[in-house]
Write a protein that binds this ligand. Structure first.
Ligand code: C6P
Length: 404
């Protein structure tokens, strides 16, 4: 039995009102809410041992360093990386992708090919386009079908010995599609290409095992996993991280500096120049602990129940169209009311205290594919309830009545 009412008590924000109505928070794919266990960790850091890390001999610095490195180990264990130095702290998914794209500038040659999918977020498109501009490499795209799924037979046709890199998200932020990454990874490796999986939207729902997946790079953001903003992780296989040049130069990423030549620090520090988001890194570990206490299987099962309920109820509204798969996807419902702009629906829902995202969701190619300006996206988390879905459905009905 999933005790959602007791879980909700962990999230102080869920008891606030918005526009005089109880908050219904369905914008979890943009950022998740923060439980008090994580908030307490942040307060404790600034109240008790705020100090710079890896630099001081004093007690506070050592305590902060220990907690930060323990957090790295928690992230390593969670994603089952072989070594803790394969986990690089970043400011989020976008930073992790740019770090890898920058590293490949010195590896790719003119005419090399890289593959992305039609379902990507802009942060898994633009850095690769910039990489192509710098190197003369060619960007190819795995197309999608009307159900919001990738056409794998087309992927087969794109792969060749020229393919050097493949980048695909595990879960689409705009539609909730779960991509068959096991097959995608296997096929990339069969032609000798490296592969990066964008786990921004899967990591809050599915526990990825980077060794079992045999993935080369995996990126995620803490703020989508009940952690704070401004921190995330990049997993890279040790062999790749050793090969890639550093992304930024500065303090703590060096072994020795002279004006003639600088040598770089060992992993993971080579990629962690400057003072990092220390508190955020520690709180990321607390967020992972929190989610694991609830359990990812329990989370996935409960969210799926919510998804089925929301899908069935919303489809009862005449003129409402859902984009993307109707089942076997992450708990995201992306929809439109016929003839009504998603922004107008979102504004009325906000008046009712219901938070959804409207627009292109930083995935314009998907909206272009469906020839729509955007969608209303309700993204559900394990602390949401069926009665909140009822409130959403009533709100959408009201929006339809007011706007038709
Ligand atoms: N998607 C959404 O509302 P950052 O901003 O770096 O933490 O994550 C970027 C990112 C990368 N890939 C995917 C699949 C994503 O969904 C996101 C963030 C949010 O859908 C904010 S745009």
């Amino acid at each position: 039995m999933f005790d959602v009412e007791s879980i909700r008590k962990d999230f102080p924000i869920l008891s606030r009102k918005v526009n005089g109505k109880p908050l219904v928070y369905f914008d979890n794919a943009a950022t998740s809410q923060t439980p008090k266990q994580v908030i307490d960790t942040i307060v404790e850091y600034y109240s008790k041992y705020n100090a710079n890390i890896h630099r001081g001999v004093h007690t506070l610095s050592q305590e902060a360093t220990d907690k930060y490195e323990q957090s790295r180990k928690k992230i390593q264990a969670h994603f089952n990386a072989k070594f803790s130095h394969e986990i690089i702290f970043t400011s989020g998914t976008t930073h992790g992708i740019n770090l890898v794209a920058n590293g490949f500038s010195s590896i790719l040659k003119k005419g090399d090919e890289i593959i992305v999918s039609a379902l990507e977020h802009h942060s898994n498109i633009v850095p690769w386009q910039m990489l192509c501009e710098r190197t003369g490499a060619i960007l190819k795209v795995i197309p999608m079908d009307l159900e919001g799924e990738l056409i794998l037979s087309e992927y087969d046709k794109l792969l060749s010995p020229n393919t050097k890199l493949v980048f695909v998200n595990h879960v689409s932020n705009a539609l909730g599609t779960i991509n068959p990454i096991e097959t995608i990874i296997e096929k990339a490796h069969a032609v000798g290409a490296a592969i990066l999986i964008d786990g921004a939207q899967s990591s809050p729902h599915i526990k990825a095992d980077v060794q079992a997946l045999d993935v080369d790079f995996y990126v995620a953001s803490a703020h989508k996993m009940c952690g704070p903003t401004g921190v995330g992780m990049l997993y890279g296989k040790e062999s790749w991280l050793k090969k890639l040049p550093p992304y930024q130069g500065g303090g703590e990423m060096i072994a020795e500096v002279t004006f003639e030549k600088t040598t770089y620090a060992e992993l993971p520090h080579k990629f962690e120049a400057g003072t990092p988001n220390i508190c955020g890194g520690i709180a990321f570990g607390a967020a992972i602990d929190y989610m694991n206490t609830i359990g990812f299987e329990a989370i996935a099962a409960y969210e799926h129940e919510l998804l089925e309920y929301a899908t069935a109820k919303l489809l009862e509204i005449e003129g409402l169209k859902i984009y993307g798969p109707l089942k076997d996807k992450a708990s995201v419902v992306s929809f439109n009311l016929e003839g009504i702009h998603p922004y107008d629906v979102g504004s009325i829902l906000d008046k009712l205290g219901i938070a959804v995202r409207t627009g292109h969701h930083c995935a314009q190619p998907i909206m272009d594919f469906y020839k729509i300006p955007g969608t209303v996206r309700a993204s559900l988390a394990f602390y949401n309830t069926k009665s909140e879905i009822d409130a959403l459905v009533e709100g959408v009905k009201k929006a339809k009545m007011m706007l038709s």
